[in-house]
Design a protein around this ligand. Sequence first.
Ligand code: GLA
Length: 367
Amino acid sequence: MDFQQVFGKPPKTEASAPGRVNLLGEHTDYNDGFVLPTAIPQWTTVQLGLSSDACGGLHLRQHHFYSENFNEQVSILDINHPPSGFASYIFGCIEVLKKAGYTIPSLCVYVKSSIPMGSGLSSSAALEVATLRAIRQLLNLPIDDVEIAQFGQQAEIHYAGVQCGIMDQMASSLADTEHILFLDTRTLERRLMPLPDKAEILVIHSGIPRSLASSGYNQRRAECEEAARSLGVKALRDITDVKVTEKLPEPLRRRARHVVTEDNRVLEVLQGVSSKRFGELMNASHASLRDDYEVSVPGLDTLVELLQKTSGVFGAKLTGAGFGGACVALVAAGEGRNIATHILEQYKQAGYNGQILVPSLGLSDAA
Ligand code: GLA
């Protein structure tokens, strides 16, 4: 079913936005810290029309959303009853724009995506950014790409119930597949950087669905805020010496130690590091996410260990929030697909079923 088949008229406009993979700086963004994501070559596309133009018995004054991936149509009958699932993100974007003072007519929205969902590659941020871009285009709204990211984050927090930071939406709105995006999430200062020499990025799904992702995530965020309060700082980003975290009670001590060391790892990359060192920092990040932040699961640990002991791999870690989902590895240029095939065999022998999501993102070629 395409837009015309669902809504009876062709779309008036369309926009797309990519997913992202985060190389370093995990769970630092809601602590005002530093992150290093890049866009992936998988996209979400949103096509828009006005409900007042729709045909085929659709209510002309309601919003109508259709997802090609879920083959599901949702109509918003009452704006006081927000929808769930894919529709919550679109509805959230419309509502945050309205709260910001924009008049948004009733819309027909058609969504399709090549971003694997629930794997930690920000399919939700891409849906928000693509929706906001399409609405900006349709109505000629005077909002820039940073505001698009901020509106998307608000939609996610208030309508999808995840107290997320701004990394995913900023990456989807501002990153490209040729660079890594260094972002200071407090000041929003950012810089596009090349990958270190002779390296490419490999992303593999662990096959473990993300469970507890939103409840565990919100709990970690609350723990970090409590740790910052106890230490008398605005956010954990304000601590640079990890020794300061030692006075905290557990588990706040380990949570804060992860954030402080993770911020320091990103800042080290900013100084310029070799592929070997970048990989070591990714390995250290995974250990910290597993032991101090406790957001890994056995399948992710097995996959990361297999990657880390394979020749040609500089380093590997879970990517995104954790609790399941994907791993990212920095590997020797040109080796991504071979390494992935080899690893997936071994992973299968360990009793798991993984999947290649991005075989070889070669940023250094284009940088
Ligand atoms: C999710 C959130 C991001 C970030 C990551 C963890 O993707 O949406 O804001 O916190 O987890 O680094």
